[in-house]
Write a protein that binds this ligand. Sequence first.
Ligand code: SF4
Length: 226
Amino acid sequence: MLSKPIYNITPFTLLDYPDKSACIIWYSGCNMRCLYCYNPEIVLGKGSTSFPEAISFLQKRQGLLDAVVFSGGECLLHKNIVAQIKEIKEMGFLVKIDTNGSNTAVLKQLLQESLIDYVALDYKATASKFQTVTKTDLFSKFENSFAMLQESEIPFEIRTTFHSDLILEADWIEMIEYLTQKNYTGKYYIQSFKNNVETLGKLPSSAKMKEQECFSSLNFQVFFRN
Ligand code: SF4
């Protein structure tokens, strides 16, 4: 039986690839268990779509969509993901990866073979809070992925989900200092946790984010997404 690694496909978006039209392929499964994750059904559930079915869909979108976003779950964990990305890139689509940064070997290969055009890398928390937020000890993997992207030529963004119980003011200061020390000059997106939606972990409602003084005078741009 054909394996079905894909949870589903969002056929059209103008929001997920900067200035491009795209579809999103949601790969099921993830190696993290972030308390605030909005996609428990994708993280814990099984796929419904095989890769050949995704290719059939994309064949009908050639010339109509600019890009394909590989998301999830964690798309880079999947067996054959490099070959799958290569096949879609060869169809003429730009490729964006949404990743938690944990699979450094695959990211390295994708960069070396010039198979990706844009990356959104999650910056979950400080090193000391990483376990609390993600239920994993993969902060060093995030660091390696970040370093590889910094050295690469391809554009990328960093993004953090804010929940007031998980990221305190002192954490922001540490996270901002970290990016500054690493000479990050790209875009940093901060997304507020949405209260009253189903999440992987049990979290109380989050308070609204305050304007932080530590966000002024930075070498990188900070954007807030509600
Ligand atoms: S938010 Fe965390 S658990 Fe959810 S898909 Fe992303 S990395 Fe996985």
